[in-house]
Design a protein around this ligand. Structure first.
Ligand SMILES: Nc1ncnc2c1ncn2[C@@H]1O[C@H](COP(=O)(O)OP(=O)(O)O)[C@@H](O)[C@H]1O
Ligand SMILES: [Mg+2]
Length: 381
């Protein structure tokens, strides 16, 4: 759990859990529909003109099973070799031959799996033999990446694999090819949560015959957003209750000294943006939304919507304040470096599929891909 930051000018915030236990916080009910309204493909069409360019790619059931499986094989029509070729000085011929070797191997194992499928009942063995093979998806990803200038940010219906960025060469979610994307998706608990636990806090029935809480989203979608070099200091989360903006918090839990000097301007810009672009246009009265203000402070982009619910990070607010306040609270910024230290939220304690950790061992994507490629070669002998 993130540590709770109590602003200095707000003494006597409840610190112990005892208060919270005696007076439980009452959130607006989180229904399936409310959660659905925050999924990317629900909100993006209406707000796209001031959000970041994005493609919504529906994922096949086969790919969803691949994401859910423990194995971490990265399909690699183009991915593996490109992941290996991060280094600008590397030899082009080697890259091509790596790619072709991998592709041939992948197609061979795919054929082999199909053949043994037809004459063997042993499903486990077939699963061992089959390397994932998603050529159409990989093509669509490659086309989108090319259209977006070579770099994209991936997420699923609600979440990005932020907890897995440690595995990437750049330590960010910047992806250049399908292998980068698949590796991040497979290494992330946030993605696993979207796939299997997204609805678990819902308070209503799903409306589907014979079911209570929905298990997984009906449509799983890969979202590819054009990569945008965001300055984390200029990201803000806004809390809306009863269609009123009641709180704005800095999103990155780092102290930025310069923010206090532009506090009023930031607040004014965000309030105007809310009133012009968001208020009354989102289907629910209670929600949160994230914005980015460009460094020159001329433009605001909408980044994401999240439910007004405990599972959404309330950042520098406590939910109790947001649930009880009738007026808009002042923009909340970290007041000092010291306060920032209490708010760091490394994802160090997240769990990863064991074969990712075994193979990856803290390596970059390129190193991981190489290890993976060797493993594939070894298993093909
Ligand atoms: N298109 C993008 N390019 C680069 N970074 C991005 C992009 N979109 C989002 N980010 C970064 O990733 C973070 C998480 O994005 P977001 O869409 O809110 O995912 P989540 O819902 O998982 O938090 C943002 O705070 C921002 O810093
Ligand atoms: Mg979000």
């Amino acid at each position: 759990m993130p540590s709770v930051y109590v602003p200095e000018n707000q003494p006597d915030q409840p610190e112990s859990t005892t208060d919270a236990e005696t007076t439980p916080l009452v959130f607006p009910p989180l229904t399936h529909q409310r959660l659905e309204n925050c999924s990317f493909s629900s909100w993006y069409p209406a707000f796209r003109s001031f959000s970041i360019k994005s493609k919504i790619i529906p994922l096949s059931e086969d790919f969803v099973s691949y994401l859910n499986a423990d194995k971490v094989f990265i399909p690699g029509q183009s991915g593996i070799s490109l992941a290996l070729s991060d280094d600008d000085d590397s030899d082009d011929d080697d890259q091509i031959s790596d790619m072709e070797k991998f592709k041939a191997l992948q197609e061979a194992t795919h054929r082999q799996a199909q053949e043994s499928d037809s004459d063997s009942e042993d499903e486990d063995e077939d699963e061992e033999a089959a390397l994932p093979y998603f050529p159409e998806l990989e093509d669509e990803i490659a086309r989108t990446i090319a259209e977006y200038g070579g770099e994209v940010f991936p997420k699923l219906n609600w979440s990005s694999p932020r907890d897995a960025s440690w595995i990437a060469t750049t330590n960010t979610l910047k992806c250049h090819n399908a292998a980068d994307i698949f590796l991040l998706l497979k290494s992330s608990d946030f993605i696993a949560h979207d796939l299997t636990h997204a609805y678990e806090d819902c308070s209503d029935e799903s409306g589907e015959a014979g079911s209570g809480i929905r298990g997984r989203p009906e449509k799983v979608e890969l979202i590819l957003r054009k990569w945008f070099d965001l300055a984390p200091s200029m990201e803000f989360r806004c809390f809306v209750r009863d269609n009123k903006l009641i709180g704005i918090s800095q999103r990155d839990m780092t102290f930025y000294d310069f923010l206090k000097d532009i506090r009023e301007e930031l607040e004014e810009k965000i309030v105007d943006f809310f009133e012009e672009r968001i208020q009354g246009k989102f289907p629910d009265p209670d929600y949160t939304f994230d914005v980015y203000i460009t460094r020159n402070r001329e433009r605001i982009y909408l980044i994401d919507f999240n439910p007004f619910a405990q599972k959404t990070d309330s950042l520098l607010f406590q939910w109790e304040e947001l649930l009880t306040s009738l007026e808009r609270l002042p923009l909340r910024l970290l007041p000092s470096e010291e306060a920032g230290r209490h708010m760091q939220q490394p994802f160090a304690f997240n769990r990863y599929p064991s074969d990712v950790t075994d193979l990856s061992n803290g390596q970059t994507v390129a190193e991981f891909a190489e290890a993976f490629y060797k493993k594939v070669q070894a298993s093909a002998v």
